[in-house]
Design a protein around this ligand. Sequence first.
Ligand code: 0A1
Ligand code: ZN
Length: 891
Amino acid sequence: MRTDTLPTISRHDYQPYPYQIDQVRLEFDLAAEQTLVRLAFRARSRDGQIQPLVLDGEDIELLEVSLDGNLVSPQDYLLNDQGLTLSPPAAEFDLVLVSRCRPQENTMLMGLYVSGNSLFTQCEAQGFRRITFFPDRPDVMSRYEVVLRGDATLYPYLLSNGNLLESTTLDDGRKQAVWEDPFPKPSYLFALVAGDFDVREREIKKANGQPALLQVYCDRGDGDKTEWAMQCLEHSVRWDEQRFGLALDLDRFMIVAARDFNMGAMENKGLNIFNSAYVLADAESTTDASFHAVEAVIGHEYFHNWTGNRVTCRDWFQLSLKEGLTVFRDQEFSADMLAQGLDGAQAASARAVKRIDDVSVLRAAQFPEDAGPMAHPIRPESYQEISNFYTATIYEKGAEVIRMQHTLLGEDNFQAGIREYFKRHDGQAVTCDEFVDCMDSVYRQVKPGQSLDQFRRWYQQAGTPRVQVSLTHDAAKQTATLTLRQSNAPAGIEDKAAVKPPLHIPFALGMLDQHGQPLSLHLDGQKGETLVLDFTEAEQSWTFTHIPEAPVLSLLRNFSAPVKVDYYRPDAELALLARHDTDPFARWEAAQLLATRLILSSASGRTPSAAQQATVVQTWHALVQDPALSPAYKARILSLPSERELLEQTQPMTPRAIVQARRQLQRELGLALTPYWQELYQFLSLEQAPYSPDALQAGQRSLRNLALNYLLVAGVSTGPQLARNQYDQATNMTDRLGALSALVNYGDPEDRQDGLDDFFQRWQDNPLVLDRWFSLQATAPSTQVAQVRALMLHPAFSMRNPNRARSLIFQFCMNNMQAIHTPEGYAFWAEQVIALDKLNPEISARLARVFDNWARFEPQARDPLKAALERIQAEPGLSGNVAEIVNKALT
Ligand code: 0A1
Ligand code: ZN
């Protein structure tokens, strides 16, 4: 663990590695206590000059090194806590190196580590250097041959990337497996797994007719929970063939579930390692939302095989090259899966549900990042610790930037750009610029005289741009003139640039008449119900013809750009859009905005007018009864914006007031519409088909749970009994947890405790469900710091398991706003950051980020939060990971 602040690395300092390493041979003598690693490769100087060979290495012991067969003695090399520097004998030479690592002691879960009784690796971004000494950077690409040896009983399965060449039993009784990966790859894609597992296998035929073997490995006893994962994997293979024309390039593709994992999953070539939360699923123990998360993550990792592995990043500043693009791909995959078999408005509505969920994530996680001290462009200019840059900006905003290119080009031209990308760069490590070059080459062909030159600014600017809208209508000429103004204020601690040049914003727009009928738009020869404006100037106007009366604007349809829109308009207009907009995203947005206005005004201490309240209630009333809306969409549009999204819109941020104001509106809607919630609840309780996580069933369950919540929050007398019954009779986790969460959040103390006790009894042996039990309590309004401390003493709690730490500590700090925003809450947070840092700095740094935006809070929160950050900063031996966050927050 490092103790001082790390040096800053700048994008412009990139230098290619001086040596080419075509082939790597790795031999492992595996054991949890200590593992011996023998590395051999031949290196060739790129320019023929002999230069020092600098190898990264951390937390590993060097036992022996030789160059061209000659042992190098310690006085002839330089070894420090960051690596090894050697003086090669020639411009081309052989290196052999033996080192030792200690998986059992590895609590960071980077490099080779133990989870359960098995051994796993995690190498992205810089974990390989904790396994052996190597140029641990993405632009050094080599073919790997890997020999694994280990105890036959502990490790009957010995897995690595690529194809299995042989599997034997050695004279000493150990097992040995030899793997070869035919594709050159950077070290961050290396993986090995050793352990005993349940395995599910499926043989499929690829589009070219060749067979491929899909395998899903998990802990013994969990094998009955991998059918869904296998199905998702097969769907992913098919989808990438059909929509992107990209085929699986291996004979075998493996997924392995690990209980201890820092992130969601990892796309190691041919051997994806997953957090078990994104593999294991069955109706009884898994919610619909988790089923969909499994689908998304399996898709994501599988799609990386092309966008990430076949073409990878030149350096880590280009991380969004693979992450933004792959998130875009997994979002489209999920949307296509939801819309399967539907067409027209139904398909659009199904896709909109996914879009709504994705945009909500962006707003809850990325917008705050863009408004805080860690704000960075999707291609950052500098970093200290790369693991701090696996952010919502790189992933989610990165995906939005890809999506805008898709919008500008259209599906067919976008796919032509993708084909160009693989034609030019297959097998290479490239930059974001090189990706845009490919899209631009198509764009220039289809839009003569135009280019993506200005669009590239999206890769340079941090911050969420604001777009101000104004409208004038000329009744005599029957024209409507729309004016848009864009600005992007300085963001983050590096962004001193007061003036940022305007961005190329694809701005999708529609108009309705005063009765809610869609208008056909006419603009310079273009015609349509939705037009995408090329908004490129600081201020720009468009005049639409054939508009007899003042129109109602439907703005930023389908959220065509990651911006904030400012447009003053009366509530009545929003109410009209909420009922009639034909763009399902913009329709949802209008309803949300109506509710947001009301909540924000009561949070700020103003009493909303009766008319304002009535508009919201009437709108909800109309929506709850609308027979044309799918249950999934209805559940989204009738939900209130999340506390986090609301908080983001207050200035200064007033968390406790937001929680109360939101709760108050929930109560009012619960009361005003009680008969409708009851009717909806009863209707949706009718006999259902056998469980499936499909869009219809999942939508019905989420709408029913929403109705139940409204009934309970409003204190309707029948509510608790409905919840108890639902809990007792549930045959799936969505129903069971939905009922329990309503009781825990809004029920009386007795129901809450009975429910929690029963749930624990049922599920204590299932770690993923037990995580939910901890989360429920962490976020319950009745929970204070003292209860969380008590839960930390529960025998099932462990700080070492990231999922468990997240389920209790992170959930409490992030999603229990009433309790965390107290002096005890802030002290607790600082204490946990420090405790976690000793075990796992990457995870700790994520917890530290929860309040890096302290300066945006109301005064009574600001001072204690600052003091808590200073307390962390002063901690001796703080990791570089946490130091970077805290120092930036306090700058
Ligand atoms: N590339 C992975 C994310 C990932 C990054 C770092 C990790 O190390 C702890 C693990 C996973 C993805 O995008 O899914
Ligand atoms: Zn990824």
